[in-house]
Unconditional design. Structure first.
Length: 292
């Protein structure tokens, strides 16, 4: 993936609303781009690998000139532990839950957290010193400290867990572009923290922590950026996901598919619930809709 240093910010857009999934025509859809979450969608939480049927399906999509893209809460540096195991060249990356979009043909758009909001989060963490928190920069993701909860969560990810680094957020977060901050807190603490900020929302794909991103961002924003890049419409997009942070993406995409192992919110937002990642869910959904 090409390393592009300059950054254009997309922050002037108004927030999107995708409360209801759109209805589908009876005719075969004209899908031009498919967006895939990683954890629980491409990779299995049971085997910690990408099923062969999923890899084969992605190759077949590309043979039909359909773009395939990653759309994940992970940072660019944290997804290589998965992508390096796949014999697939993706057409684009949507990282940090939509906040960092890049391909290897010179396209790059991103939206970092507002420094004022970062300062509020740092003050809150100072008042709650036991909270473990993750800070996401383009090429460096670090924790403020560790505890048993973090270790247990990382153990669940198995071999798909990225390397952990530790640093002082007071020394970095306000001087380096920070796209996502992920404190290990429950939903009540998340609501308290979000309420203190001006432009922050929390999205979850794991019960132990939330990903704090700009409230006017999210995975649908990342899809929009690539829609403009490819010259395609919303109806020509398809998305696969399983976590709470995929809910808006599945409601926004032309066809939103929740994995059989998904949580309730993405299942409710999706147009279709397929089989689990371990039961060929990606391939089965693409076949169901006639995309393959």
């Amino acid at each position: 993936m090409t390393d592009i240093s300059d950054c254009s910010t997309v922050s002037e857009q108004t927030p999107l609303s995708f409360a209801q999934p759109s209805t589908r025509p009876d005719t075969q859809p004209d899908i031009r781009a498919v967006f895939f979450d990683i954890d629980g969608t491409l990779t299995s939480f049971e085997t910690h690998r990408v099923p062969d049927s999923t890899v084969d399906a992605i190759h077949r999509l590309q043979d039909k000139d359909i773009k395939v893209l990653i759309c994940t809460g992970r940072s660019p540096s944290q997804m290589t532990v998965v992508l390096d195991t796949m014999p697939v060249h993706f057409d684009g990356i949507v990282a940090f839950n939509g906040q960092y979009c890049v391909d290897d043909h010179g396209f790059f758009e991103a939206q970092a957290l507002d420094p004022d909001d970062i300062a509020v989060i740092l003050d809150w963490l100072d008042a709650h010193p036991d909270v473990v928190c993750n800070f996401g920069e383009k090429d460096y993701v670090y924790f403020n400290h560790t505890n048993e909860q973090l270790q247990a969560t990382w153990n669940q990810l198995g071999k798909t867990a990225p390397t952990r680094y530790f640093d002082d957020p007071r020394a970095r977060a306000l001087t380096h572009e920070t796209f996502q901050i992920s404190p290990f807190v429950d939903e009540a603490a998340e609501a308290e923290l979000v309420g203190l900020c001006r432009n922050v929302a929390g999205v979850r794909w794991h019960p132990d922590f939330t990903d704090l991103i700009p409230a006017d961002g999210g995975k649908p924003r990342g899809i929009q950026r690539f829609m403009k890049r490819f010259g395609i419409t919303r109806e020509q997009t398809m998305a696969f996901g399983d976590g709470g942070n995929d809910t808006d993406m599945l409601a926004f995409a032309g066809i939103g598919v929740a994995m059989g192992n998904a949580s309730d919110a993405p299942k409710a937002a999706a147009d279709y619930v397929t089989d689990s990642v371990d039961d060929n869910g990606v391939l089965n959904a693409l076949t169901h809709f006639g995309v393959l």
